[in-house]
Design a binder for this molecule. Structure first.
Ligand code: NAP
Length: 309
């Protein structure tokens, strides 16, 4: 597997890793994650919010995996960050988290307080590197300026052939400050396979024939062909995992890149999650708490209004 530098740390991580949002939490999810790691994608991304940390923990047993997880915005007060990290370590069954990321900005809690806790986690050896997710240029700058001893090594943001919002400035900024972009939803959370993109899929499928690659491999290759960009597709089967793992190891010609770039302007851009929801959720510190409590209730770990009656 091709590797990419993680920020300015000197550490190399696979250019394509594994996303686990909505991953099955049973044996099939574990088998899929292991198939991905066997194929070379030894970076596994999860989040306390996904409910997949235990599944990831079980899957990585016996593997030398690079584990990335995220603290939820409703846990951004100092003590909550520490507690959330301890809980993630336990669910993952690891001694340290390789990359601990702030899942979304939360303007309701001073960033200095949150970043202070992140630094403490590194000092204590519970976390190796600090990352952020869904942060704008201004938010990354403020978060970095709030830290005394460590650098933000990455920003995990939505980027795909159909969602190219970060090209408006964030990608360039990340390159300039030396933070790796970890592209999430590199297939637009599956929207790339919608009817409205059929013509685009057919074009990249056609280009893929030249390189003996599928349309999805071309789509992933396009994402990681940008400087400083890695990707974390989610796949539920060994077959999809293997295909994804074989997506960074070929170089498309300049002509083919141009054919794709020229075509992209003809298709509606898929609105990024951070674009549509971002302005609301970043300002609503209680929003994520409600989301998480709702999810826990649905999983039966908290009483629902119905069951209390
Ligand atoms: P995605 O990776 O863009 O797309 C997943 C979809 O693509 C699934 O339906 C999957 O189907 C399909 N797929 C995967 N590989 C395929 C292949 N080779 N051929 C055909 N179809 C394929 O979606 P995502 O889950 O939104 O994003 C990936 C990861 O990014 C998440 O799991 C999560 O770790 C991260 N993420 C982070 C944030 C954040 O706020 N930081 C937000 C969203 C996502 P199957 O499942 O059937 O294989």
């Amino acid at each position: 597997m091709e590797t990419i530098g993680l920020g300015k740390t000197g550490e190399k991580v696979p250019t394509i890793g594994i996303g686990t949002w909505k991953m099955n939490r049973d044996e099939s999810g574990i088998a899929a994650i292991r198939a991905g790691m066997d194929a070379g994608m030894w970076l596994v991304d999860t989040a306390e919010m996904y409910g997949t940390e235990e599944t990831v923990g079980r899957a990585i047993k016996g593997y030398n995996a690079f584990v990335a997880t995220k603290v939820s915005p409703h846990h951004f007060h100092y003590d909550d960050v520490i507690r959330a990290c301890d809980a993630s370590l336990k669910r993952l069954g690891v001694k340290h988290i390789d990359l601990y990321q702030l899942h979304w900005p939360n303007t309701g809690i001073p960033i200095r307080e949150t970043m202070g806790a992140m630094e403490k986690l590194v000092d204590d050896g519970k976390v190796r590197y600090i990352g952020v997710s869904n942060f704008s240029i201004e938010e990354m700058t403020e978060a970095q300026e709030s830290m005394k001893r460590y650098e933000i090594v990455s920003n995990q943001v939505e980027y795909s052939i159909i969602t190219r919002d970060i090209e408006k400035g964030l990608l360039r900024f990340s390159n300039d400050v030396g933070a790796t972009v970890i592209a999430y939803s590199p297939f637009g959370s599956g929207k790339l396979f919608d009817k409205r993109y059929a013509e685009l899929l057919s074009l990249i499928d056609n280009i893929g024939l030249k390189y003996s690659r599928t349309a999805t491999q071309v789509a992933l290759n396009w994402v990681v062909s940008h400087k400083g960009v890695s990707a974390i597709p989610k796949a539920g089967s060994a077959e999809h995992m293997k295909q994804n793992a074989e997506s960074a190891n070929f170089a498309m010609s300049k002509d083919d890149h141009k054919r794709i770039s020229d075509a992209l302007s003809r298709f509606p851009e898929n609105r990024p999650i951070a674009g549509s929801l971002g302005p609301i959720v970043k300002k609503t510190s209680s929003f994520w708490g409600r989301v998480v409590r709702y999810r826990e209730a649905m999983r039966g770990t908290l009483p629902t209004a119905k069951s209390r009656k």
